[in-house]
Structures are given as C-alpha cells and as structure tokens.
Design a protein. Structure first.
Lengths: 251, 251
DNA sequence: TCGGCTGAGGGTACTGAGTGTCGCATCCTC
DNA sequence: GAGGATGCGACACTCAGTACCCTCAGCCGA
C-alpha cells in the first residue's frame, strides 16, 4: 500500500535525474494490477491513470511485463560490475555467493513492494516466465564469472554452470520462503544459511595440494581386486575423486 | 532437412491416433522458421503452408512458441510418471539423474531436429524465454520429487531445490555442448559424465555397501596427516566418494 | 530576434498474436 | 436414419507492440 516504488536507484554514481513519469507509471500499474489483476489491466488503463500518453509507456518499458520488475536491470548491472571488479584473491564460490546477496539486498530494501510483486508473479504465468528470464540473466552472469575463474581446469565450464545454478537455487529458496512469510523475519540470515550450504559443498581452495595416489598391489579377493588410495587429509575432495577416476580407469 | 518431426511420440501405451494435422503444422512452421526466421513468419504463413485453418493452429498449440517444442509436453509427462513410479529403494539423487536422462533421450532421438531447434532458440529471445519456462517445469518436477524424499530432513527443501538445479545445469551443459557440435559424438556419454559430477557431489546412499575403508595410522608429514582408503575396484564411484567424505569428516 | 536544431512526449494507424463464437461436416451410437 | 459429439474453418474482436509523424519546449549560432 504505502510502499514506495523503486525506479532505477542502483548504486550508480549519478542519480541521473530520475524521471517522475517512470515512477508514475510503475505506481499506476501496481495499483491496477493489485486491484483487478495483471491480465485484466491494459496498457491503456495504466497510461490513463498515470496521465501520460500510451506511447510513453513503451518508451520507458519495452513490454508490459517490464513494469513489474523496474529495478532488476540496475541490479544486474551492479552484479556484473561487482564480479568484474573481483580479483584473483577472491575465492570464486564465495564471490558468487556475495554477488547473489546483492539481489537479496534489493528485495530486502523494499519488503512490501517485493511481497506484492511475489504474489503477482506467482499467479500470473506470463510474469513467472518473465521472471525466469531475469533470473536466467543473473545465473549467466555468475556462470560466466566462474567460467573465467575455472578456465583451464578439467570440466571448468561444467563446474561453473552447476555452481551458478546451485547458488541461484539456494538464494531463491531462501528468498521465496521469506517472501511467502510476507517479508517478516531476517531475510539476510536465511539467505546466508542457504548459501552456506552451497559454499560448504563447493568451495575448495584453488591451489592444488600435494596429493599422492597409486594402485597398490592387487589382491583378487572374493569380489574383485582392490584399490588403495593414499591422500592428504586436507586435499580437496574433488582432486581425490579425480585421482580415483584415473585409478579406476572410469570416465 | 530430411528430419522427421516428433509429434507426441512419448512412451504412452496407446499411439492414440496421432493427428497428421499437428505434424503438418510443425513441419510447415520449421520450414518457414529456417527459411526466413521466427519473427518474420506469421501464424497465417504457417497455416497457409500447412493448408489448414488459422484457428486450428491454436487448437494444437497454445502459442506460436509451442510449435517449436512439440515434444516437451509428452516428455514432461514421462518424467513425472517416472518419478511417481519410484520407490524408496531408489537412491534419490541417482533417480533424478536418471529422470534427466529421459530428456536427453528425447533430444538424441532426433539429432537433426534438435540441432535446428537449438540454433533457433539461441538467436530468438522469445524462444529462449519460452525454453526457460519449459526447463523450469522439468526442474520443478525433479525438485518436488526430491522434496518428498527429503521430507523431514533438516533443510530438506533447500537440498532438494539445489540438487534439482544442479542436475538440470549439468544436463544442459552437456546437452548444449553436444548441440553446439551439430549433434555429432556420444551425447549420452557426455551427459553421463556431467551427471556423475553431480552424483559424486550429492549422492548419499542410506545402505552401506560392501566397501571397506578406514583411516590408517596418521603420519603427520610436512603437509598434514594422511588418509588411506582401500576399496574394491568394482565399487561404485559415488560409494567410494561417500566413504571418503565420512573419513575426511566433511559434509 | 530569427530560424533551425534537438529531444521528449503525444496521437494515429498498423501488424500480428490470441480468443470467442458460430456454422458446417464427419463420425459414432442407438 | 436421427441425434449427439467432435473436429475444423470463417469471421470478428481485443490488445500488445511498432512505425511514423506531429507538437512544443529549450537551446543554439548568426
């Protein structure tokens, strides 16, 4: 109700003279969407309520769906900049988790607005599809960053894609549960918990440890021969598995 | 070019008298899409070429985008049935990986068609958005199954969502790389490799295998203590990994 | 002061996707 | 063969999105 509407207020340097007409369109659109539904509201209804010409709507928003996500473009730009500003000193998985937290911050900045939008996107298939494409762009940004960091590693792009998907899924799991509870409670803590699960699973030190392995003498017992693998306890698990695959001669 | 077009040929019991008009629409649509592009082709063009009435197009396909994915609805039904037919004896993560392989099988059944469609979806934003919503439904099916299997566990829904996303990402990573190489090579092997990575990460069986492992006497060398793992050579890799995780005392 | 330039916004008309409705033909059943 | 169900075509309509052109304000150099 009394929620203020986000326009483009990203962390960009210049406020850039935000046009009041854009905010008027968002406000009018949400009023009508909540009153009579998204599909029952035409663009003409919105521009009539906002008091602007129909053509102006499409000057500010490429499509009717865009007006529901007026702040994601800026948030995506922030995330891209955040990742681009990363250095080799940052642990990659932790870095993409931090990038995901930028999205949460945007939602948490305006709980009432976010909850309203969540209810809307849940019941309008068209909006859900649009949201998927937005989420997909976030995921691609994370994956591209990880691909760069994992370049050269075996299965680097696979690892990058899987971890990006896991981060997004964990983030959305916590975010949606927060939105479903009407935005009460600590969203940041919930997302931290969810992302910790992903970090716990995937975050491994980048430097390769001294790992020694070798098949010991085979002793054909009753069930086949035996493999003995010796490894440092603090070796990254995936390295151990890699060695295991080599030893076992399996893909 | 000479590719046959899939209609709904899922593994349903009855062939169910597949309507030739549907196949005609798909064939006509793809001919025109490849000739002059998706957006440059109107529904009127398609129905004119197929020789049917315009209204019939929307009887078979809810939208113009649907005609590009004529077989996904059936595949999704197959996957849902596959998961519904699962029992407690199936390891959950392995089960969703097998479910994902159903999708790959659909793509691999018709490589030429799949490659054409991939090229189309890559360059048409509207189709990409539509594909995302299709993939999302697969992912939700996997996640719902896992949520059921993980019910009661701490963070069960989180684990379910993350693993479902990881499976889909791994599957798509391998699938897209196969499609990008024009459908040559063994798609099944590529997907198996990608899914093995996910299984390796997440699969945790309930029953203990015939696998013996144990940390040998620690010998604190210059880099930390050492783990010795002994395993049958024919033991499943993920089982070995599970034991490793236990030994290493990591999540 | 004048004339032209530019850029934001308004107005109109058009294309094309998707829907509702009606009428007609065919087929199946009793 | 009557009656109902189903499948298809034809027409009309709504609405999102686009192209084109208009106005008007501000701003410039001459």
């Amino acid at each position: 109700m009394g929620a203020t509407f986000p326009s483009m207020s990203s962390s960009s340097a210049v406020p850039a003279a935000k046009p009041p007409i854009r905010d008027a369109l968002v406000a009018a659109a949400f009023r009508l969407f909540l009153e009579r539904g998204f599909e029952q509201t035409t663009v003409d209804d919105i521009v009539a309520l906002a008091g602007v010409g129909r053509r102006s709507f499409f000057r500010y928003f490429p499509s009717k769906e865009d007006v529901v996500f007026p702040d994601h473009e800026g948030c995506l730009a922030d995330m891209t900049a955040f990742l681009a500003a990363s250095g080799p000193e940052h642990e990659p998985v932790r870095r993409v988790c931090d990038a995901a937290r930028l999205v949460l911050r945007m939602y948490a900045e305006n709980p009432a607005f976010s909850v309203q939008r969540y209810r809307l996107t849940r019941q309008v298939p068209g909006l859900r599809a649009y949201e998927l494409s937005v989420v997909w762009r976030y995921e691609r940004a994370l994956a591209e960053y990880l691909r760069g960091r994992f370049a050269g590693r075996p299965d680097g792009t696979l690892r990058a894609d899987v971890i990006a998907a896991a981060v997004v899924a964990a983030h959305n799991n916590a975010l949606r549960s927060w939105l479903r509870s009407d935005g009460v409670g600590d969203a940041g803590a919930a997302v931290d918990h969810a992302l910790a699960y992903v970090q716990m699973t995937y975050a491994r030190p980048a430097d390769a440890p001294a790992l020694w392995s070798g098949p010991a003498g085979a002793e054909p017992g009753p069930g086949g021969d035996v493999v003995v693998l010796v490894s440092r306890r603090d070796a990254p698990l995936w390295r151990v598995v890699q060695e295991l695959e080599t030893v076992l001669d399996r893909p």
